[in-house]
Design a binder for this molecule. Structure first.
Ligand code: EPZ
Length: 422
């Protein structure tokens, strides 16, 4: 397993290009199952999760061609050979469950393995099942697989979700595009990735309104046609790299960044003493003073503070002036980066879903281990600002969500290299 060696190397200056959003692409790709015509995605990120979703769609019989070094995905699901998403693929990536809604809508049947838990939590699928059952699906759990079918097709319905689940919103909205009649989905998630999905579905002929609000209305249509869609900028990669100059000093411009994608995050950075300025190329970020102030964070569904930036924000708070309290309200076990940061000299106390961080002057480089995707990059950020060398092992986690990390950080002056596991 490869590792990444980072050496604290002072301020960072320059530009970092931000890729297309992993979490938008992972719901846009299954949308191809809704139409027999081709769907092409541009600005796709080059990530292992995208390769996993490609393999899943191909296992169903869809054609997926990766063009222009992976930035274009040309897909077609004219002739499927299977409606089963196998455990072997689903266990590697929970987002595989996003084929459930489209398969049900177009073919009236789907067999999707339960993803099983992952490092950050149990992550059940009850909200997906409840929403699809409201549309008339019959879903049975057997041998770890959800067996779903509809007799006579899905029917529109009014359904209120108990929690604003991102994935459940995406599955239900995709299924409703081909249901008979109108669906009103209440307490829908409002993430930009959902807005991006709806914009793509609309290009395919779907009749949808309300995306980005808590109530999404879908008028079912008989069929959807092909389309070409540009994947929205990745707000989590954007937020992650905004923290690099915040932690190390200097000034970095994040190309393609837009304030509307990271409003609550940028507000927290501003309160911590980090300036974020919208330019015509992206977001320009720099510390206002020598040391950031501690701020408190509570993770919430969009537009609140994103859980996917909690680990990275904790890394910043490790060297802030003062004590900050980070409350993780979305997942039940998303502080595994904390003990690794403590190895680097951080002062963190975790009690249940709350972590209290008392800032220290500077972290010290150490060998640390990545435990999940966002934790892995928080350790790299900490290593950029720490004194000495930090080796982050198990970087396969990183490859799931960050393309060309070494190249992007080297480009702004970081001392970082990937150590191939011989
Ligand atoms: C999406 O996961 C993202 N993944 C996650 O990003 C992100 O952390 C999460 O949304 C929250 O923003 C993708 O978009 C591919 P949820 P998802 O359904 O859809 C519980 C990353 O790092 N829940 O909103 O799975 C669940 O257990 C990943 O890129 C149920 O209880 O998130 C969790 O505690 C990590 N029942 C909470 O809701 C359900 O049926 C949020 O889950 C579904 C979810």
């Amino acid at each position: 397993m490869d590792s990444i060696l980072v050496t604290g190397n002072g301020p960072l200056n320059g530009q970092i290009p931000i890729a297309g959003a992993k979490n938008a692409c992972l719901t846009l790709m299954p949308a191809t199952l809704l139409s027999e015509e081709p769907l092409t995605l541009t600005n796709a990120p080059r990530l292992s999760d995208i390769k996993t979703m490609t393999a899943l769609l191909q296992s169903l019989g869809a054609e997926v061609s990766s063009l222009q070094d992976g930035q274009v995905l040309a897909m077609s699901s004219h002739d499927l050979t299977s409606h089963t998403a196998d455990y072997e693929i689903v266990r590697k990536m929970r987002a595989s469950n996003l084929v459930l809604g489209p398969l049900l809508a177009r073919f009236g049947q789907a067999v999707v393995s339960l993803p099983g838990g992952c490092a950050i939590g149990a992550r059940p699928m009850d909200l997906h099942v409840e929403g699809l059952e409201a549309l008339g699906a019959e879903i049975e759990l057997k041998d770890g697989y959800l067996h779903a079918k509809t007799t006579g097709g899905l029917k529109g319905a009014v359904h209120e979700m108990r929690f604003a689940s991102v994935g459940a919103t995406e599955n239900i909205v995709m299924a409703a595009t081909l249901a008979k009649g109108t669906t009103v989905l209440k307490n829908a998630a409002r993430e930009p990735e959902i807005v991006d999905l709806v914009e793509c579905l609309r290009k395919m002929g779907a009749q949808i309104s309300g995306e980005g609000t808590s109530t999404i209305e879908i008028q079912g249509v008989d069929r959807l046609h092909g389309a070409t869609h540009q994947v929205v900028t990745d707000r989590i990669e954007l937020g992650t790299y905004m923290l690099a100059p915040a932690m190390c000093g200097g000034e970095v411009e994040l190309l393609g960044g837009h304030m509307k994608l990271v409003e609550s995050f940028a507000a927290k950075l501003d309160a911590a003493g980090v300036s974020v300025e919208q330019t015509d190329k992206g977001l320009k970020v720099a510390r206002k003073n020598g040391r950031v102030n501690s701020v408190d964070v509570v993770t919430e569904p969009f537009p609140g503070f994103p859980t996917d930036l909690q680990a990275q924000m904790m890394a910043l708070m490790c060297t802030a002036d003062g004590t900050s309290v980070l409350e993780e309200r979305i997942f039940e076990n998303r502080f595994m980066h904390a003990p690794e940061l403590v190895r680097m000299g951080a002062n963190i106390e975790v009690h249940g879903g709350t972590a209290t961080v008392t800032g220290v002057e500077r972290l010290k480089g150490a060998p640390v281990m990545a435990t999940d995707l966002r934790a892995s990059v928080s350790l790299i950020l900490a290593g950029l600002a720490a004194e000495g060398e930090t080796t982050v092992s198990r970087v396969y986690h990183l490859d799931r969500g960050y393309e060309h990390v070494v190249r992007k950080l080297e480009g702004v002056g970081a001392k970082i290299e990937r150590i191939k596991d011989l």
